[in-house]
Design a protein around this ligand. Structure first.
Ligand code: PLP
Length: 413
């Protein structure tokens, strides 16, 4: 199966067909589920626009996607939309992240935080089961530019956080800093490592150098597992840097987070977790008796509508359309960078990403506020970022650059 663009009528037909394969709370007897269609007084099911809005139709019918549908037979009542979720996971794992056919599992999580926690949970349990390790003997190793969800993961799972400093210019962990952090952690009793590599950090869009750092980790002799955080960059970097070593094409990579509610413009609640076959079992609970197929996910019940939105977006663009969209965004990012160069405003940008992180000292705070530039920290920012997404149009970019022309020249000279 390829990933080609489809027209809206075809996409709509496929979503409605999937929905027709679900048990419908109105048309068939459903007595045992603790759920229903959305409250009809607030969400009238006969609203005329619904005939042309398959996502809203799924949202109203409210299928539950509890469990992991690539793993085992799951709740048959919602088999139609479960099949769409499997196709979404297939596109992400196989077509985007290079997994071998059927060699993966995955599910639509609430977001990048949950997907990152799911990864850490799986690997912690794996080390505890296979090596009889304690949770504190498991370390989660990541750069200081990593998302705060890894601190959350360490706290929730009671594993040891190991933060590695980055070089302030390249935003890369150096081999020395990596080796030092590993050595210190080992001295403090860490015996197993969950290694996180970023495919686009939150603040900088920087991408970790797995090829340079993994030999250092191997040198420690500690067993390790690799998770890629592509929450932001997962729908960018594999297209702008094909052949990069952070996908399933690299046998070292065990799992990947990729958020559809960021670059893909799907609604919030559409994170995606992908893992090689065999790993989900480490998060399986034996106590989900009432769930057909059981549960190996962190969240439990979840909406079947979010994945339909992400699936529709991917079907609309196809690979070629998505690459074209990214090319426009990257070009626009480069144009903004050139204007910053002309103003001598220092910034960080990975050329394969659509994110620019500017030195806060060189930008008037008024400009940051007016254009809602996001700071690294809210009091006393060192950096402000621009994320060049769909709504950051050429006209908006020009508006910002004109404001810069008018206000910055005096400050930076
Ligand atoms: C790199 C990265 N990982 C994880 C997350 C967490 O994602 P969410 O806010 O969807 O939980 C973010 C959010 O910005 C992110 O940028």
């Amino acid at each position: 199966m390829a990933w080609n663009a489809k027209d809206y009528e075809q996409i709509k037909k496929e979503v409605l067909q999937a929905l027709a394969h679900n048990r419908n709370y109105r048309r068939s007897p459903v007595l045992g589920l603790p759920a229903s269609y959305l409250d009809p007084d607030v969400f009238p099911p006969d609203a005329p626009f619904l005939d042309d809005a398959p996502f809203a139709r799924v949202f109203m019918e409210n299928p539950n996607h509890i469990g992991c549908h690539t793993l085992v037979a799951s709740e048959s009542a919602f088999a139609g939309t479960h099949a769409l979720e499997r196709d979404l996971i297939r596109i992400c794992a196989e077509e985007i992240m290079g997994a071998p056919e059927g060699g993966y599992d995955g599910y639509v999580a609430s977001g990048g935080t949950e997907a990152n926690l799911q990864a850490a949970w799986i690997y912690r349990n794996l080390f505890m089961e296979q090596y009889h390790s304690t949770s504190q003997q498991v370390g989660v190793l990541y750069s200081e530019d990593s998302h705060y969800s890894f601190y959350k993961a360490a706290n929730v799972l009671q594993i040891t956080p190991i933060q590695v400093a980055v070089d302030p210019v390249s935003r890369q962990m150096t081999t020395e800093a990596y080796a030092n952090a590993i050595r210190l952690a080992q001295a403090e009793g860490v015996r197993h490592i969950i290694a996180i590599f970023n495919m686009g950090t939150t603040m900088f869009g920087s991408v970790d150098d797995i090829d340079m750092l993994l030999p250092v980790l191997k040198g420690s002799g500690m067993p390790y597992k690799v998770h890629i955080d592509g929450a932001f960059g997962g729908f960018v970097y594999p297209f702008t840097q094909p052949g990069n070593p952070l996908t399933f094409c690299n046998p070292e990579v065990g799992s990947i987070t990729i958020d559809a509610h960021k670059m893909l413009q799907a609604p919030y609640g559409t994170g995606i977790f992908l893992a090689r076959k065999g790993l989900m079992n480490y998060a399986h609970t034996d106590h989900a008796g009432y769930v057909q197929g059981g549960d190996s996910t962190l969240c439990g019940s979840r909406s079947g509508a979010n994945l339909v939105a992400a699936w529709m977006i991917l079907q609309h663009h196809g690979r070629v359309g998505w690459e074209q969209k990214l090319a426009v965004l990257l070009e626009r990012t480069t144009r903004i960078c050139k204007a910053l160069d002309a103003h001598h405003i220092p910034y960080y940008r990975n050329p394969a990403m659509n994110l620019i992180t500017m030195d806060a000292a060189a930008l008037p705070a008024e400009l940051a506020e007016r254009f809602l530039l996001v700071p690294d920290v809210h009091d006393n920012a060192s950096w402000y970022k621009i994320v060049v997404m769909d709504h950051v149009t050429d006209a908006r970019a020009d508006e910002f650059l004109t404001a810069l022309d008018n206000t910055v020249a005096g400050i930076v000279s």
